[in-house]
Design a protein around this ligand. Structure first.
Ligand SMILES: Nc1nc2c(c(=O)[nH]1)N=C([C@H](O)[C@@H](O)CO)CN2
Length: 116
């Protein structure tokens, strides 16, 4: 199966379980791999036939920037649901990284794969 991917989408949000984390915004990084048959847009050369990665980035950014979840697990699940429901994607693999959350680790977070 083909994919459309988004790599390193950076968005700041309120995220975390500690009191100090509720008072600041922290950077989050999203990587997504979305199952999509790219043969149709390849044949038509029409943006309307694509899974438009710009539209997906815009929607995720709008949602995440106003979110205030405690766990990265919750946020990842909600973003995956938006991609599946609103963009008619059959399967999405999503990695959500919270860089700088743990000293000496480049990033921590979750990887999930969900399908409709
Ligand atoms: N599996 C998880 N572990 C932890 C999370 C989380 O969201 N999922 N969050 C924290 C804290 O918010 C941490 O990021 C602050 O350093 C700890 N563990």
């Amino acid at each position: 199966m083909d994919h459309v991917f988004i790599e390193g989408l950076e968005i700041e949000a309120v995220i975390g379980i500690y009191d100090w984390e509720r008072r600041i915004r922290q950077p989050l990084v999203f990587d997504l791999e979305m199952a999509f048959d790219n043969r149709v847009p390849a044949a038509s050369d029409a943006i309307g036939d694509t899974l438009d990665y710009a539209a997906v980035c815009e929607r995720i950014t709008r949602f995440v920037a106003q979110s205030e979840f405690g766990l990265v697990e919750t946020l990842a699940e909600r973003v995956a649901a938006i991609v599946l429901d609103e963009f008619k994607v059959a399967r999405v693999r999503l990695k959500l990284s919270k860089p700088g959350a743990i000293r000496n680790a480049r990033g921590v977070g979750v990887c999930i794969e969900r399908s409709r």
